[in-house]
Design a protein around this ligand. Structure first.
Ligand SMILES: Cc1cc2nc3c(=O)[nH]c(=O)nc-3n(C[C@H](O)[C@H](O)[C@H](O)COP(=O)(O)OP(=O)(O)OC[C@H]3O[C@@H](n4cnc5c(N)ncnc54)[C@H](O)[C@@H]3O)c2cc1C
Length: 491
């Protein structure tokens, strides 16, 4: 497929190279092409979507990584609309819009209104069997806990420190840690509030407490009747699976003239444009499998949309300090074990979106998503699909167990926690090594330092989950923001 040359007046269009064909890179390519730029997207695997992938087999629809995205931020929904996929949007079944937490071996509901760190309703806190009477009173008293003096100045702290300080250790261990662990697979003692959960830090700063902040949010949400949230609930997916999003976007981009190249970028060189010191880029590609060399690709602007350490590796000859800052962003791995059972083989009613497991329960599984309860079409009639997450920053070895041991471990724990017995009718294991960025304390400052160095390098931008949000809407936004950064040299 040939690249299309767009003309800006009579001048040939500038050429931008996007490295990485995940949702961040595709979003950057979309914005660049819309701005009239000639775009080449280089992806090492030859398959678009990055971690987003859907496997369909004999009536099972299994997501390899993300199974949904937040509807309350606009970027995901507007991309779906632009691609003409609105008819495919599905919200989580209203009958199961709640999560369960394992407590002393029993699956109990998260107190109604409790949102990640913010207690919404006093009544549900005062009656939840997840907490002891003292633990409940401690959460109820959150509104009287004084603000940390330096939060007014934007001071950071770990998620664990923040949650224990505001809600008490019991609520942290039994509610917050498992809910947050299910999302970030991170060590809460190292996870930065400012980078991972800025909304809650801000609540304390603005409203004095999470209780008051959540009330104010609910009042505001009620009065503006947040359209998307009200229509679909908090999380949405596509009926045919999440992979439809990058694949449809890829087809659109191809029609718009974006050129796709299957190759692995090894390094970048700056300042190759004749007569313009410091401008212009050369992209070097790893040799082909048969060791045949590949021609480098020249460009006016570059958007790197790969994991941060890989980005750092490409930039070591361009800016050593930038490369080092990028290499310092850590990633954790995990495994998703998707097991399909006959409905009759699972005792639990599966009347929730899923179950999260506190570390204090002493189990190896982190969370179980009740996929076929959440969304239609995930399992054949009379069957259920359970996706179990293991591994993460605090237990990397479990994700690396071989398939048989991993399946046996998950089956054993599912038998205990949801009464899943009998032989699974479908088994799929997806291992993700270094796929989930860990926003540790100092992440905000690190990203600010990275951006400061980028300010001195015209025509270069970074996008992706490594920097300012791992969720799908944030990753789309990162691709679009990267284009704004290189705009002066790409148009
Ligand atoms: C298990 C799991 C579950 C998740 N669940 C959810 C969820 O439910 N909801 C949600 O919103 N988010 C979820 N996320 C997060 C979200 O899916 C990711 O943050 C997002 O998809 C990452 O997109 P990306 O484009 O930044 O990176 P990636 O998808 O990693 O894409 C990067 C691309 O760069 C390519 N690449 C790397 N190096 C090179 C090179 N040298 N040359 C050329 N190409 C290269 C890779 O092959 C890859 O295709 C989940 C993530 C994981 C891992």
């Amino acid at each position: 497929m040939n690249a299309t040359m767009h003309a800006l007046g009579s001048a040939p269009a500038k050429h931008a190279v996007v490295i990485g064909g995940g949702l961040a890179g595709l979003s950057a390519a979309e914005a660049l092409a819309a701005g009239g730029c000639r775009v080449t997207l280089i992806e090492s695997t030859g398959r678009l979507g990055g971690v987003l992938a859907t496997v369909r087999h004999d009536g099972w629809l299994v997501e390899r990584s993300a199974d949904s995205f937040l509807a309350v931020r606009p970027e995901g929904l507007t991309l779906v609309e632009r691609l003409g996929l609105t008819g495919q949007l599905v919200g989580v079944d209203p009958g199961v819009r709640r999560a369960l937490i394992l407590h002393h071996g029993r699956a109990l509901p998260v107190p109604a209104g409790f949102r990640l760190l913010a207690p919404g309703r006093l009544g549900s806190i005062l009656t939840t069997p997840l907490l002891s009477p003292i633990g409940r009173l401690r959460v109820a008293a959150e509104r009287f806990v004084p603000r940390r003096p330096d939060t007014a100045a934007g001071g950071d702290e770990s998620l664990e420190h923040f949650a224990v300080r505001r809600l008490g250790r019991e609520a942290f261990e039994r509610i917050v840690q498992p809910l947050v662990g299910g999302i970030w697979t991170a060590d809460p003692a190292r996870l930065s509030m400012a980078a991972a959960c800025p909304e809650f830090l801000d609540m304390e700063r603005r409203c004095g407490s999470l209780t008051a902040g959540e009330r104010a949010r609910l009042r505001a949400a009620g009065s503006t009747a947040q359209a998307a949230g009200a229509r679909y609930g908090q999380f949405v997916t596509l009926a045919s699976g999440m992979e439809t999003l990058p694949l449809t976007l890829g087809r659109r981009l191809e029609q718009a003239g974006v050129e796709f190249v299957t190759a692995t970028v090894s390094r970048l060189q700056r300042g190759v444009a004749a007569g313009e010191a410091g401008r212009g880029w050369r992209v070097f590609l790893q040799p082909k499998a048969d060791a045949a060399a590949r021609q480098p690709i020249d460009a006016d602007a570059i958007v790197i949309a790969v994991p941060a350490a890989a980005a750092g590796g490409m930039l070591r000859d361009v800016d050593g300090q930038l490369a080092e800052a990028l290499a310092g962003i850590e990633y954790a791995g995990s495994a998703v074990v998707s097991l399909g059972f006959a409905r009759a083989d699972v005792a639990h009613p599966l009347d929730a979106a899923g179950l999260v497991v506190p570390r204090t329960e002493g189990r190896r599984i982190l969370a179980v998503s009740f996929s076929s309860s959440k969304f239609p079409g995930r399992a054949p009639a009379g069957h259920v699909l359970l996706r179990t997450f293991v591994g993460g920053a605090l237990d990397p070895e479990t994700a690396m167990l071989d398939d048989d041991r991993l399946t046996a471990l998950v089956r054993g724990e599912l038998a205990d926690v949801v009464g899943a017995r009998g032989t699974p009718q479908h088994v799929q294991i997806d291992r993700w090594t270094r796929a989930m960025p860990q926003y540790h304390l100092g992440h905000v400052e690190r990203v600010a330092a990275i951006n400061a160095r980028l300010d001195d390098i015209p025509g270069l931008a970074l996008a992706g989950a490594g920097y300012e949000g791992v969720g799908i809407p944030q990753v789309i936004a990162s691709g679009q923001a990267a284009v704004a950064r290189v705009r002066s040299v790409s148009t």
